[in-house]
Design a protein. Structure first.
Length: 537
């Protein structure tokens, strides 16, 4: 717990990590509270039909225990990977808890992913099982023959070709003895995109939750406070939804609102915030921009918000001014990445807030700007944003990719791949990426997987994907295409190529613009120079 403080500097200097030798995420976020406050609300589930269901900590733990017994019966054991392809529903939380209690490894995957996106991640992780909803069952069925390691498919709402979760659970006991796990025992793997090649699985130990806690408390101004309740529109499959919201809230015994819009709209967001006593939110900047463009109106007097934090892309001065004027709050900006999250933040309560800056290091995190040799640079000088190891929030390794793991570090510094500088007040500023990652609506998108998918279209000979600046989304995906012989550029073909990506990878990854070219800029070794394409914008 961060001690209450009115002074950032003393808080930062006095903080020390005090970690247990043994720790299991499932026990900490579920079993503990099922014993201490069984009737308290763990999850407040807002159905799409408007009904609201309250799930107590006792009910959540019993569901998770039945699932752990069921998964054990399916042959899942310690170290096995189990994919989770589910929306914001109570079963998602229970599935994660069950996997952690088993000592297995949860591999969350967004429902946005198409069949090819799922196939790569399932095969790369060697997942032996997947828990999904009927909405994703058809995708899995279409690629099942390409997934030799996948033995068990479980659906939370039935469907042909899958075990029906709730029917199966009737045969299993609601008590379970968790596997004894240490801090570095693997618990969770989230796939993060890179600039070249396929996505990489960032493997985390059980300590990753503990590593997130100071950042959650700092950005939410000494969270938890009496009456706190958390919500995010971000998918629980992403680090932002899972590690910034769901798991730490349950760790602190704070109820989480589960509700996933079919498509995010500002009107629905305001309505939800007015209907339920939500006090704490993580909302990406793109969603905040949409809410700014569509004011709260009739819902404004019914809001209970205490803290707002945002990240994944720059918040900016305009959003800060709007939040102060319309909500009476400041937006606490956060910074990190899947491999090492929540290390730089703002905290308005402590006066750590400066327009145009990310913030300062979170207590427990040593962050610096370094040069290519790992040497800290002077104040005001641009270099790589880097985080010193050891740190409990850091990933263990990239799954089955030791070379990429080694290359992530320079000495004891984990290099984020972002360029920045520190000003004379100690605030960190983001300048830009030193690679080709695209940041769109809070998602970090690597061009490699999209380019590979594009090349699967019969009309595409060569493809290069870059980000184009966009006022709403920060960047949009743009694909530069060299057509195969026999094809001519036209609007219909451009739409078909975009749809090819949208249906196979993910709805947030498809190119919103297609640019046809006769050639693409390349190095002498045949690598596409994306920088020159970005410079055209």
């Amino acid at each position: 717990m961060l001690p209450a403080s009115a002074d950032y500097q003393s808080l930062y200097q006095q903080f020390r990590w005090k970690l247990p030798d043994r720790f299991n995420i499932g026990e900490a976020i579920s079993s503990k509270w099922a014993l201490e406050k069984p009737d308290d609300t763990a999850i407040l589930f807002k159905h799409g039909n408007g009904d609201t269901k309250r799930v107590s900590f006792a009910e959540l733990d019993q569901l998770a225990n039945r699932m752990a017994n069921f998964l054990t019966g399916c042959g899942v054991g310690r170290g096995d990977r189990v994919a989770v392809v589910l929306p914001q529903i109570p079963e998602t939380a229970a599935t994660h808890i069950a996997i952690y209690k088993l000592g297995a490894i949860a591999v969350p995957m967004a429902m946005l992913f198409g069949a090819e996106g799922l196939q790569y991640r399932l095969n790369n992780s060697g997942a032996c099982g997947v828990v999904l909803s009927s909405a994703s069952l058809e995708k899995i069925s279409s690629i099942r023959h390409e997934l030799p390691e996948l033995k068990t498919v479980i659906s939370v709402d039935g469907g042909e070709g899958a075990l029906d979760l709730h029917k199966e659970l009737k045969a299993y006991d609601d008590s379970f003895v968790s596997v004894d796990t240490g801090l570095d025992d693997p618990a969770l793997m989230i796939y993060t995109s890179g600039t070249t090649g396929p996505p990489k699985g960032a493997l985390h130990g059980h300590r990753v939750l503990l590593g997130h806690l100071p950042g959650v408390q700092f950005a939410h101004e000494f969270f938890p406070q009496e009456g706190d309740m958390m919500w995010t529109p971000a998918d629980w499959a992403w680090a932002g939804g899972l590690l910034n919201v769901l798991l730490p809230s349950l760790y602190f015994g704070v109820p989480v609102v589960a509700h996933k819009f079919e498509k995010f709209t500002a009107e629905q967001a305001w309505e939800l915030l007015a209907e339920l006593p939500i006090r704490n939110v993580f909302i990406p900047p793109t969603a905040l921009k949409m809410m700014r463009a569509s004011p709260a109106g009739q819902y404004g007097d019914r809001l209970s918000l205490r803290t707002v934090f945002s990240g994944g892309e720059a918040v900016g001065r305009q959003l800060q001014s709007w939040a102060k004027q319309e909500l009476g709050l400041h937006i606490n900006e956060v910074y990190g990445q899947t491999e090492c999250n929540l290390v730089l933040e703002s905290c308005g309560q402590l006066g750590v807030l400066k327009n145009g800056a990310i913030g300062k290091p979170v207590p427990g995190s040593q962050v610096a700007i370094i040069d290519q040799n790992g040497v800290e640079v002077e104040c005001g000088e641009t270099g790589d944003i880097a985080v010193k190891r050891p740190h409990p929030v850091m990933f263990l390794e990239y799954w089955d990719n030791p070379q990429a793991t080694v290359e992530k570090y320079v000495g004891d510094w984990l290099v984020t791949g972002d360029q920045g500088f520190v000003d004379d007040e100690g605030y960190f500023h983001f300048v830009g990426r030193d690679d080709d990652i695209i940041t769109s609506s809070g998602y970090r998108i690597g061009p490699g997987e999209i380019e590979d998918c594009l090349l699967g279209h019969e009309a595409v000979k060569l493809a290069a994907v870059v980000g184009k600046p966009d006022d709403l989304r920060t960047e949009i995906v743009v694909a530069f295409i060299v057509l195969a012989d026999g094809f001519c550029e036209n609007d219909a073909l451009a739409k078909d190529i975009s749809a090819h990506v949208r249906t196979r990878l993910a709805a947030h990854e498809y190119p919103r613009e297609i640019v046809f070219r006769d050639t693409l800029p390349m190095t002498t070794t045949g690598k596409i120079i994306r920088r020159l394409l970005r410079n055209e914008f």
